[in-house]
Design a protein around this ligand. Structure first.
Ligand SMILES: *Cc1c(COP(=O)(O)O)cnc(C)c1O
Length: 378
C-alpha cells in the first residue's frame, strides 16, 4: 500500500495537455528520500520552488524551439531581464545597453544596477560594427533589443557577437518582437535570449510570464543563480504558455500578414508621414532584417504628417472602435498607443509622436476601415 492513500483519487489519466501541479510541499515516500533531497541526490522534484512539472515542460518546449542549451521561466518578462542582468554582472563591471531597449529595462540598469557599482553605458539603437569603440577591459555584458519595441531599430547581431568572440562578454538579446519563430539568436552568436511570454507566446493578454534561454557557455552560472534565488513561475501560467506555444505559428502568420497589409496601406495615406516597420523596404535597416529574420510580427509604428497636435492625435486614438488603448502587445486584440521617445542616436525619430499598433487577429479589412474612419477627425 502506498504511504499516501489519497493518491487513489489521482489515477493516471492521459489528457493531451499536461496536468497543472500546484504545490509547495512535495511528499517523499520515505525518510531516506528526505535525506537524499537534503543532500541534493534525490532524482525527483523536492519542493514547489524546484520547477514543477508544467514549468519544466514549458521550458523544455521553448528551449527546443529556440535552440538554446537551457531555459528558465520567470514571473514576467521584466523579471527575466532583471535577473539575467543580476546573474552575470558584479560590482566594477561595465555594461552596454542598447538605447532602444524596453523602458523598464533601461530604468533597472540606471536606477538599480548602478547602486551596486555597475557602470551603464547606452549605445546606439542601430549599432553594429561600431560596438568595438565602446568596449572596455571591464565590459561584461551587452544588452540588445532588436528591433526595439517602440522605435524598431535593428542591431547587427552577427557583427556584434563576432566583435566579442573569445572575450568574457555576455551578449543578451530581448527577442520578444520576433518570437523564437522569426529569429534564431543562437545561430547569430547571442549567448542569452529573453522573451516576454506575456506577448505572442501566451498570445491572449491573460498572463504575465518571461523566459531566458542560455547557450552552453553560460548555462552553469545562470542555472546556479536561478536555483540559489529559488526563482520559479506559476504552474497555471506555464500551462497557458504551453498552450499558447501550440498555436504560435498560425497566429504569427496572421499577425504578420495583417500588420504588413496595414503598414503598406498606411504608407500610401497622405496624412501619414512615415511607417516604421522592419519588413518594409523603407525601413533603414530593412536589409539587415532580411538577412537575419525569417518573418515579422504584428507590432509597428507610424508618424503623422504636418505637425498634428497631441490633442488631435488623442482625438484620433479615442475615435477608434477596434483598437483598444493599452500597454503590452502580442495578443489577439488590436491595441494602440501613442507617445514620444528620446533617442539620442536616432534624431529622426527622437521626440516624435509615434503611434504604435499591435495588430491583432481581427478581420484586417475591418481594422483598416476603423483606422480610415479615425483619420477623418484629422
Ligand atoms: C513587454 C516587454 C517586456 C516585459 O515583459 P512583461 O512580461 O510585461 O514584464 C520586455 N521586453 C519587451 C520588448 C517588451 O515589449
Amino acid at each position: 500500500m502506498t504511504k499516501y492513500p489519497e493518491e487513489k483519487y489521482r489515477e493516471k489519466v492521459t489528457t493531451i495537455n499536461p496536468p497543472v501541479y500546484s504545490g509547495s510541499t512535495v511528499l517523499f515516500e520515505s525518510c531516506e528520500d528526505l535525506w537524499r533531497a537534503c543532500e541534493g541526490t534525490y532524482p525527483g522534484i523536492v519542493y514547489g520552488t524546484d520547477r514543477m512539472p508544467t514549468q519544466r515542460e514549458f521550458e523544455e518546449k521553448l528551449r527546443a524551439l529556440e535552440g538554446g542549451f537551457a531555459t528558465r521561466a520567470f514571473q514576467s518578462g521584466i523579471s527575466a531581464i532583471c535577473n539575467t542582468l543580476l546573474a552575470f554582472v558584479q560590482a566594477g563591471d561595465h555594461v552596454l545597453v542598447c538605447e532602444n531597449v524596453y523602458g523598464p529595462t533601461a530604468a533597472f540598469c540606471r536606477k538599480i544596477l548602478t547602486k551596486y557599482n555597475v557602470e551603464i553605458e547606452f549605445i546606439p539603437a542601430a549599432i553594429g560594427e561600431g560596438v568595438g569603440d565602446y568596449l572596455k577591459d571591464n565590459t561584461r555584458l551587452i544588452f540588445l533589443e532588436s528591433p526595439g519595441s517602440n522605435t524598431f531599430e535593428i542591431q547587427d547581431l552577427r557583427t556584434i557577437t563576432q566583435a566579442v568572440t573569445g572575450k568574457d562578454i555576455v551578449t543578451v538579446l530581448d527577442n520578444t518582437w520576433a518570437t523564437p519563430l522569426y529569429l534564431n539568436p543562437f545561430e547569430l552568436g547571442v549567448d542569452v535570449s529573453i522573451h516576454s511570454v506575456t506577448k505572442y507566446i501566451s498570445g491572449h493578454s491573460d498572463i504575465l510570464l518571461g523566459t531566458a534561454s542560455v547557450n552552453s557557455k553560460y548555462a552553469e552560472q545562470f542555472i546556479e543563480y536561478y536555483k540559489t534565488l529559488e526563482l520559479f513561475a506559476s504552474p497555471q501560467d506555464c500551462y497557458l504558455a504551453l498552450r499558447g506555444l501550440q498555436t504560435l505559428a498560425v497566429r504569427m502568420k496572421q499577425h504578420e500578414s495583417s500588420a504588413l497589409r496595414l503598414a503598406r496601406w498606411l504608407e500610401s495615406e497622405s496624412c501619414v508621414e512615415k511607417v516604421i516597420h522592419p519588413g518594409l523596404p523603407s525601413h533603414p535597416q530593412h536589409d539587415l532584417w532580411n538577412r537575419d529574420f525569417s518573418g515579422s510580427s504584428g507590432l509597428f509604428a507610424f508618424t503623422l504628417a504636418g505637425g498634428v497636435s497631441p490633442e488631435k492625435i488623442a482625438e484620433f486614438v479615442n475615435e477608434l472602435k477596434l483598437f483598444g488603448i493599452g500597454f503590452s502587445w502580442g495578443g489577439f486584440k488590436s491595441l494602440i498607443t501613442a507617445g514620444a521617445y528620446v533617442r539620442n542616436t536616432n534624431p529622426e525619430l527622437s521626440g516624435k509622436m509615434l503611434i504604435r499598433l499591435n495588430v491583432g487577429l481581427e478581420d484586417v479589412d475591418e481594422l483598416e476601415a476603423d483606422l480610415r474612419k479615425g483619420f477623418e477627425v484629422l
